[in-house]
Design a protein around this ligand. Structure first.
Ligand SMILES: *Cc1c(COP(=O)(O)O)cnc(C)c1O
Length: 369
């Protein structure tokens, strides 16, 4: 390694542990079918309108997409009732997180503040840029420690990341709490509210500050097509930013990172109200049903406004063993040891009614043999 030009930040990275694929598990255990409820993907798959749009656009992929994706940006802006200048689309919202971290903090001078056990990319991208990350512990119920976050922000933070609804806990603070927190932050820092799962919340008006964007000029919102719109594999997300910041991000944005198929599928998905409505109904009903039954089986279930549920198995059953037992029966959920540092917890994504029923049946078989 010594002879290659690699920055010390890069050498300090541990190898990525990828999730298990359906095919791997099928072969390892000799199973005919394997169900994945691990990555918070859309249980209904892809919107039919988005699929048609992908077919229609296939002959055009020899061309570059139009730089800046103006038609997509218009459609997103219309969805939120905002001027298109506020919207910056990206190759997944991951790309917007990356751009913000490269654009805002100066390494050595600023830090980035996150809650402990948050979505890993905030700290991965920060560390890669040589920007210090301050992790603030959560309260035992996984709610956010507002005072602790504010104090950490006062020590030179350029960015504070907040995930609402939170991944992996599903916790979602009321909009009034987030508003008070936003107002308490020093003028020198920016609050990034990652709303990847906000569509799944029971009542967005009660939880999202996005409709009040104009009141919060130091706040950025992140949204994605990967979850409620079912386009995880196409990579499409966006930031909603104050105008000077949106301008700055557009200047450093690689011009073609949102590809032609993602752009066309995104526009079509935004028009597919029926698919979104059905997705949200499936997730909200499945979430309530799973939570009730998992509690009846002795699990500790955390309230969720997202399309997944954080839980702990009964004390007699180690989380690791329950994960392995489900895996051997062909059901993949998400252990939270790697990435989130929560070895005693598991996360299950809400599936179709049939997938939810299968998960509950296997859970019962394992916990109450
Ligand atoms: C899934 C997820 C995203 C979405 O990432 P994409 O790059 O848009 O697929 C963003 N933030 C959180 C917390 C997530 O869980």
């Amino acid at each position: 390694m010594a002879s290659y030009p690699l920055r010390p930040e890069v050498l300090a990275f541990a190898p990525y542990t990828p999730g298990l694929s359906v095919e791997e598990i099928r072969q390892r255990f000799g199973l005919a079918t394997v169900v994945k409820m691990a990555s918070n993907e859309n249980p209904l798959g892809v919107s039919p309108l988005a699929r048609q749009a992908i077919h229609r656009a296939a002959p055009l992929v020899f061309r570059y997409a139009q730089a800046g994706n103006p038609r997509l940006v218009q459609a997103i802006a219309r969805r939120h009732g905002l001027a298109p200048e506020h919207i910056v689309p990206g190759n997944g919202s991951d790309e917007i997180i990356d751009l913000l971290i490269r654009a805002c903090p100066s390494p050595g001078r600023h830090c980035v503040v996150v809650s402990r056990s948050s979505f890993g990319l905030y700290s991965i991208f920060s560390r890669l840029c040589g920007v210090a990350v301050r992790e603030v512990p959560r309260l035992p119920d996984f709610s956010f420690d507002w005072q602790g976050l504010r104090r950490a922000a006062e020590e030179g933070a350029a960015l504070v990341f907040l995930t609402t609804p939170d991944n992996p806990s599903g916790h979602c603070p009321p909009a009034a709490e987030v508003a008070a927190f936003a107002r308490s932050l020093p003028e020198t820092c920016l609050l990034v509210i990652d709303e990847a799962y906000m569509d799944f919340a029971d009542d967005q008006a009660a939880f999202s500050l996005l409709p009040r964007l104009a009141e919060f000029p130091r706040t950025v919102f992140l949204r994605t097509f990967s979850k409620s719109f079912g386009l995880a594999g196409l990579r499409l997300g966006y930031g909603i930013l104050p105008l000077p910041l949106a301008d700055a991000l557009r200047r450093i944005h690689p011009p073609f990172s949102v590809n032609t198929l993602a752009e066309e599928a995104g526009i079509a998905a935004l028009e597919d109200d029926g698919f979104l409505r059905e997705t949200l109904a499936t997730v909200r009903e499945g979430r309530a049903f799973l939570a009730r039954r998992m509690e009846e089986l002795g699990c500790r279930v955390f309230p969720s406004q997202a399309n997944f549920i954080l839980f702990q198995p009964p004390p007699s059953q180690a989380a690791r063993d329950l994960f392995a037992a489900l895996l051997a029966r062909g059901l993949i959920i998400r252990p939270l040891e790697s990435g989130y540092g929560l070895p005693d917890f598991l996360r299950v994504s809400v599936g179709t009614p049939a997938e939810n029923a299968l998960f509950l049946a296997l859970l019962q078989e394992i916990l109450r043999p």
